[in-house]
Design a protein around this ligand. Structure first.
Ligand code: SF4
Ligand code: ZN
Length: 301
């Protein structure tokens, strides 16, 4: 099949727009979308120090790669990467090496923080006596990404969330009727305290499939193994449901995104914000104690 825009061989066919694209047109379209997101949602501003949350997987590697490419001419913007090593034997080690290679090829400084040094246990150790590893892992990782990027002086923390991730989170929050959490989505989620580094999601409007193809076409060496502790929670079922819907009704993910965006602007105006308090550890929290401290306590119990 040929590209719908030129005579070259197509690398992808988009059912939802009935269009085939060659490598050049696909990459051009992909980067144009990221640039548009950055400009429209004002993700990056003059003098920003951007820290990319890097895991070695396709989404975060593509985020670093594409930001680096787009901003290569901007001397006023600094770029660094931060990787959190949770201590999962045989899984994280490999991706750390991939992240190192990517950063050194781009000349980006990579910082690595480990659970072992920060919460005094690796995920493998936590796993020995706790049932829900992802709860601990997610909270500790989020906390470290925020506090360490803040220590590095970052003004923005860029994550690799793609359109599928955003939609899954939206549906999960709607299913759980958690409107407060739902209102905190978006490419530049509202941030309630100076203690939180502003997050940005440059890939938010790009389907996961396209992120994977962009990585392949740019020969990015990315980590593809699934974490051994990944348990098939609500997110996995929502993902399968959305993929099945897209298969049956091509383009439905895009209309769901439009619906989600319309709702998001209403939610962000109307949902009552949690007041921000300071936990004894010094981090911002909605309750008396932050989630990280609660979980750390349950580990020592
Ligand atoms: Fe952590 Fe693995 Fe769960 Fe991901 S799947 S949150 S890496 S334990
Ligand atoms: Zn073409």
């Amino acid at each position: 099949m040929d590209c719908s825009l030129c005579t070259k061989k197509a690398v992808t066919f988009r059912k939802y727009e009935g269009r085939a694209l060659c490598k050049e047109h696909f990459i051009h379209g992909f980067e144009a979308k990221v640039k548009e997101t950055i400009r429209k949602d004002r993700l990056i501003e003059e003098g920003d120090r951007i820290c990319v949350a890097l895991s070695g997987g396709k989404d975060s590697s593509v985020t670093l790669w594409v930001i680096h490419k787009i901003l290569s001419e901007r001397r006023d913007i600094e770029l660094s990467a931060l990787l959190i090593d949770e201590g999962i034997e045989g899984y994280r080690n490999e991706s750390v090496e991939m992240a190192r290679r990517l950063c050194s090829s781009l000349g980006v400084e990579l910082h690595i923080e480990r659970f072992k040094e920060n919460v005094h246990k690796t995920m493998d150790e936590i796993m020995l006596d706790k049932q829900f590893p992802c709860t601990y892992c997610g909270v500790f990782r989020r906390d470290l990404l925020n506090s360490k990027s803040r220590d590095l002086g970052a003004t923005k923390l860029a994550t690799g969330h793609n359109m599928d991730d955003e939609l899954q989170s939206a549906f999960m929050n709607y299913f759980r009727l958690d409107m407060n959490k739902a209102s905190r989505l978006g490419s530049k989620p509202p941030h309630s305290s100076e203690l939180f580094v502003q997050r940005i999601k440059p890939l938010r409007y790009i389907p996961e499939k396209d992120v994977g193809l962009y990585a392949v076409l740019n020969n990015l060496d990315v980590h593809q193994t699934e974490c051994p502790y990944a348990n098939h929670t609500l997110r996995f079922h929502v993902r399968d449901f959305l993929n099945a819907m897209e298969e049956k009704y091509p383009g439905i993910k895009f209309s769901a995104m439009h619906a989600h965006d319309s709702l998001l602007s209403i939610l962000q105006k109307s949902v009552e914000k949690d007041g921000v308090k300071i936990c004894e550890c010094g981090e911002a929290t909605a309750g008396e104690k932050c989630r990280k401290c609660e979980l750390l306590e349950s580990l020592s119990a």
